[in-house]
Write a protein that binds this ligand. Structure first.
Ligand SMILES: Cc1cc2nc3c(=O)[nH]c(=O)nc-3n(C[C@H](O)[C@H](O)[C@H](O)COP(=O)(O)OP(=O)(O)OC[C@H]3O[C@@H](n4cnc5c(N)ncnc54)[C@H](O)[C@@H]3O)c2cc1C
Length: 270
């Protein structure tokens, strides 16, 4: 405690609990879905459990909503496990290693934990790059669904399945429009007339942002289109910026992207 620079005067409350490390084999069986600690449980090392459970819930909730609205077939729900179980397995493996380090017994482990780590950690975190890496890891903003069943294309450094990169510009940013929790299209630069007309006809929100160096720095490509899922991950990144790319994507997955009246973007004749 001395080496950790902690000075404890009184313990008001404490409890003990048993640490579990496991991931369920499947996140879905028929109509039953598992998420949060019910599907993956691990030690609190790294403070990731709640974040991961909320991530599961967001991933599953929008898919359930559009299936219930009749805008996608039931098999869209299969993508929940496909997108989430890999991260859960990696998380359980890494927290397991961290937990073993924290709780290891023996003189060497004791020295590492009480003398080396308290000196090393403040030094390492004094570097901006280390703090940035830790922030990105712990906040899970680098988690992506690349190669997943709903992810397609790439434009700039952004692939289908990536989280939309944040690009702040003069007090505004490209996340303002994400509160709508529905499909939308982003274009950074200028959008073609055909895309503008197709989005208007189908009632799919299209946001066009003036091209700025911040967009390039964030990895976005000029004039490409980014079709965003309701959870704000990029479903489709397409350099051509054409509505046909969205239509092909929707047809392939038998999805109806527009919430309302529009018939387009779902593979049916218009
Ligand atoms: C010491 C500790 C520190 C942690 N620190 C962090 C942290 O810093 N950051 C972080 O992100 N995560 C942290 N976590 C993990 C986080 O607390 C969990 O991942 C999160 O609470 C899981 O949420 P959940 O809703 O999936 O499950 P729970 O929070 O376990 O919720 C399940 C609920 O279901 C109820 N329930 C169970 N059975 C039934 C039943 N049959 N009928 C009705 N209700 C039932 C339970 O009573 C409970 O209220 C920590 C965990 C621990 C133990």
């Amino acid at each position: 405690v001395q080496n950790l620079k902690l000075d404890i005067h009184r313990v008001n409350w404490f409890s003990t609990y048993h640490v579990h490390h496991r991931v369920t084999e499947h996140f879905r069986k028929g109509r039953a879905f598992l998420l949060g600690d019910a599907s993956h449980i691990h030690s609190p090392a790294g403070g990731q459990g709640m974040n991961t459970g909320i991530g599961d819930a967001i991933n599953l909730a929008w898919k359930m909503a559009i299936v219930l609205q009749g805008r996608a077939a039931d098999n869209l729900l299969e993508s929940y496990e496909a997108e989430r179980i890999g991260f859960a397995r990696r998380l359980v493996a890494t927290t397991d290693r961290a937990f073993n380090f924290i709780t290891a017994e023996g003189p060497l482990a004791e020295i590492l934990r009480t003398r080396v780590a308290p000196m090393l950690i403040p030094t390492l975190t004094s570097f901006g790059a280390v703090r940035e890496y830790l922030f990105r890891t712990v906040s899970q903003i680098t988690l992506n669904y690349r190669g997943g069943p709903l992810s397609a294309g790439e434009a700039g450094k952004i692939h289908g399945g990536d989280r939309l990169p944040w690009a702040p510009i003069e007090g505004h940013d490209n996340f303002d429009s994400l509160a709508s929790m529905d499909w939308q299209v982003h274009v950074y630069g200028s959008a073609g007339e055909e895309l503008i007309a197709a989005c208007a006809a189908d009632g799919v929100p299209l946001r066009v942002f003036d091209w700025r160096p911040q967009h390039e720095a964030a990895g976005l490509a000029r004039d490409a289109l980014y079709l965003l899922r309701p959870d704000s991950y990029v479903a489709l990144a397409d350099r051509s910026g054409s509505a046909a790319a969205i239509r092909r994507y929707a047809e392939g997955l038998k999805l109806k992207i527009a919430a309302g009246r529009g018939l387009g973007f779902d593979g049916r004749a218009r």
